[in-house]
Design a protein. Structure first.
Length: 225
């Protein structure tokens, strides 16, 4: 006969299985769609190495998808779901970054975009700067001193959510300002640049998940120690 605690654990396990399935299907669908979009420009773009990277990332995504299906049956699902979600989200971010560059390169070849800037270097620098700043803010907000300063209540979680959304909106506003000031004709660049913004957004989510997962594991290790 199952106890109340074991029934609660079973319910939580089933909930985690559904969450992992949704995350797995969603991330795989995003990577597959992005790869399909890039493939349509395979005969147009000059930098074929971008496509090779796209296919390589898609191959890893397929591997993670299969791993995600296996993970749902794992007994250590609760411990692994955070790391799995963070890594897969980071992979999606990488593929969207490559997709942005593929679309930009294709538009340059077709004559839609006429800019003197080296987009790959620019997008890579922008990506890392925004991600590093966001990661720094997350590290500060999730530090033990800050977490111990506030009592863990519903109000604390609400404030944490608001701060997280504020960071996203701030990052978006900064990137839009960069778009308008760096490019001569921002309208032509906007389609590929918006995908770059999405890439940064997924990267921010991935870093947040990985940092918070790491914090939770270290906190649990200290308690057990």
């Amino acid at each position: 006969m199952k106890t109340k605690h074991s029934k609660t654990s079973d319910v939580q396990q089933e909930g985690l299985k559904k969450n992992v399935l949704f995350i797995n299907m969603f991330f795989f669908a995003v990577t597959a769609f992005s790869t399909l979009v890039c493939y349509q420009f395979s005969n147009v773009i000059q930098n074929q190495f971008l496509l090779l990277f796209v296919y390589f990332v898609m191959f890893i995504s397929a591997g993670l998808f299969i791993y995600g299906l296996w993970l749902r049956r794992s007994k250590n699902l609760k411990k692994a779901v955070g790391l799995f979600s963070g890594v897969y989200c980071l992979l999606v971010s990488t593929l969207l970054f490559l997709t942005s560059n593929v679309l930009y390169d294709a538009a340059v070849v077709e004559g839609t975009i006429i800019e003197s800037i080296h987009y790959f270097s620019f997008s890579l620098l922008t990506y890392f700067v925004i991600i590093i700043i966001s990661a720094g803010l997350i590290l500060i907000l999730s530090s033990p001193k800050v977490l111990n300063w506030k009592i863990i209540t519903t109000k604390a979680y609400v404030w944490a959510s608001i701060l997280g959304i504020a960071i996203v909106l701030l990052g978006y506003a900064i990137m839009m300002q960069i778009l308008n000031h760096v490019f001569n004709n921002p309208v032509t660049v906007k389609p590929s640049y918006e995908i770059l913004i999405s890439s940064v957004g997924f990267g921010y989510i991935a870093i947040a998940i990985l940092i918070l997962t790491g914090r939770a594991k270290s906190k649990g290790a200290k308690r057990n120690g």
